[in-house]
Design a protein around this ligand. Structure first.
Ligand SMILES: Cc1cc2nc3c(=O)[nH]c(=O)nc-3n(C[C@H](O)[C@H](O)[C@H](O)COP(=O)(O)O)c2cc1C
Length: 259
């Protein structure tokens, strides 16, 4: 390898870093309390109830192998709303909590290195039944939605933030996953960042599969304007920043479930 820069970036994908970390000095091993599993919010925040995960009566059960077989990146969405039931299902499938262990640990519907779950889920809502357009955040601990703010030209801004890829502008909602890296660094120090990226993949794959159950589709977006999307979410871009996006909308399916 003659390109040192390339070597440096490839290094990120390796686990060699682990051999150079003194794990006795991580914040976890120095006895520092774990950060909370969910980003805190103000007492007077506007909270929206979501249909509870044990009450997804309106979500049809589908065969898992069909969901895996039919899954694909879908970029053409119908101009139809997604219901709150359906949104609740998608949030549960991607980041829902199975079992809370203590203040700093909770098992979710997706795996995460060291059970650290360093991701937060924001929603740019354009067309969800019963919700005003705006930016929301999922609160997995109680399976609630937090209303963050309304935004002028939200549709245009989310498209701009996706480097003018048009799909988020046609979607009913765009999932935006941010990383709160300290949650992972607390345990893994410099070995935290690769596993945060791997974790995000599990989350998005569950979104793809869950969409198959509700005649919706999604498309992972990894090419986006970092500063623009962080600005749109009003996060600092340092201790929390965007890592992945996925617009979701209803799709037309032919008789084999494909479109
Ligand atoms: C990490 C990642 C980033 C991606 N980024 C984009 C993107 O920015 N824009 C886009 O249109 N598709 C994006 N995709 C979707 C891929 O293009 C798609 O998965 C690939 O072409 C294979 O098609 P399939 O998902 O239908 O099997 C991304 C997929 C992944 C996994």
């Amino acid at each position: 390898m003659k390109n040192p820069k390339m070597e440096q970036y490839r290094y990120f994908l390796k686990d060699t870093i682990r051999k150079h970390i003194d794990f006795s000095k991580t914040d976890q091993n120095r006895g520092i309390d774990p950060p909370p599993v969910e980003k805190p919010f103000a007492d007077d925040a506007v909270i929206i109830e979501l249909p509870k995960p044990n009450a997804f009566e309106n979500i049809p059960g589908i065969n898992l192998s069909d969901a895996i077989k039919n899954r694909k990146s879908r970029r053409a969405y119908l101009n139809k709303p997604i219901t709150l039931d359906e949104l609740s299902f998608l949030l549960w499938a991607t980041q829902g909590i199975r079992h809370k262990i203590d203040r700093g640990h909770a098992y979710r519907t997706v795996p995460s290195a060291g059970c650290r779950h360093a991701l937060e889920t924001y929603l740019c809502v354009l067309n969800i039944e019963g919700l005003h357009a705006g930016v929301y955040r999922y609160l997995p601990l109680k399976h609630l939605l937090l209303f963050e703010f309304t935004e002028d030209r939200l549709k245009e801004k989310i498209v701009e933030a996706a480097f003018s890829q048009p799909y988020p502008g046609k979607a009913a909602v765009t999932f935006v996953w941010t990383a709160v890296p300290y949650r992972m660094e607390w345990r893994y120090d410099l070995a935290a960042h690769k596993v945060i990226a791997i974790d995000a993949g599990h989350v998005c794959q569950n979104l793809y599969l869950a969409c198959e159950a509700i005649s919706a589709g999604t498309c992972a977006i990894g090419a986006y304007d970092q500063e623009a999307i962080d600005r749109l979410l009003r996060i600092d871009g340092i201790d929390e920043f965007t890592v992945y996006l996925a617009p979701v909308g209803k799709v037309k399916k032919d008789k084999e479930g494909l479109n």
